[in-house]
Design a protein around this ligand. Structure first.
Ligand SMILES: Nc1ncnc2c1ncn2[C@@H]1O[C@H](COP(=O)(O)OP(=O)(O)OP(=O)(O)O)[C@@H](O)[C@H]1O
Ligand SMILES: Cc1cn([C@H]2C[C@H](O)[C@@H](COP(=O)(O)O)O2)c(=O)[nH]c1=O
Length: 220
């Protein structure tokens, strides 16, 4: 496979989706239809249906292992139906969240165990690992405050968890960052959105220069 997979990770409200959209706006003219933008849970009809079930605030009875399995099932379908075909077709895939979210949220946040969730996801991913992960680093409380202030209509079942849950998620992300220095790069998400976008884009262009020429034209 010659395509590349870049994932965007971080606590809720870190600004991943905002930054991803701004980065896409900048590189889409160069990459055209060689660029694939997607998200987890979701990215295809089956996985989007699973997303609705997982994030529905009425599903308060959902067991934590059921939740972990549903994220992994959505991921499996996403990989098979969208990510692998794109990578086989030499495309650059930008994905809003991936396996690190499961390790941080279900492994640490829910307390299932980071190693157990990583092992369980091996079955879903068959070892597929991102080529690059941008970690949007912001204090969990700051991220939640951004959501509560600006995004009342989209608050989901995980957003409303206690601050202690989100602190466990953030701590797990920082452990992943420390353990995977080649793959996971930190973006200071406490900056202005423009600064966040500039830092994220610079990391992508440094790590995957083959997609960008000095003239600003795609080499794909
Ligand atoms: N750098 C920033 N500074 C201040 N506010 C920001 C910044 N980036 C994004 N926001 C705002 O914070 C809110 C959350 O942003 P966004 O949806 O991009 O975060 P996210 O990391 O994708 O969150 P989630 O994982 O919960 O979907 C939005 O209202 C957005 O406008
Ligand atoms: C992939 C994935 C996601 N989550 C959580 C993280 C968020 O709270 C929601 C997704 O909502 P977003 O607005 O699209 O960020 O789901 C998780 O707990 N585990 C996962 O594997």
């Amino acid at each position: 496979m010659t395509g590349k997979l870049i994932t965007f990770e971080g606590p809720d409200g870190a600004g991943k989706t905002s930054a991803l959209n701004a980065i896409v706006a900048q590189i889409q003219p160069q990459l055209g239809d060689r660029l694939v933008v997607t998200r987890e849970p979701g990215g295809n009809q089956i996985s989007e249906s699973i997303r609705q079930i997982i994030l529905d605030r009425h599903n308060t009875a959902m067991d934590k292992r059921t939740e972990a399995l549903l994220y992994a099932a959505a991921r499996r379908q996403h990989i098979v139906q969208k990510i692998l075909p794109a990578l086989k077709g030499d495309q650059l895939v930008l994905c809003d969240r991936f396996i690190d979210s499961s390790i941080a949220y279900q492994g640490a946040g829910r307390g299932i165990g980071e190693d157990a969730v990583a092992t369980m996801n091996e079955f879903a991913t068959e070892g597929l690992t991102p080529d690059l992960t941008l970690y949007f680093d912001v204090d969990a409380a700051v991220g939640l405050k951004r959501i509560q202030t600006h995004r009342q209509d989209e608050i989901n079942r995980l957003d409303v968890e206690a601050l202690s849950f989100h602190h466990r998620v953030q701590a797990a992300y920082l452990r992943l960052l420390a353990a995977n220095p080649d793959r996971i790069k930190r973006v200071d998400a406490s900056q202005s959105l423009d600064q966040v976008v500039a830092q994220g884009l610079a990391i992508i262009q440094t790590k995957l220069p083959q997609y960008f020429t000095t003239e600003g034209k795609s080499k794909l």
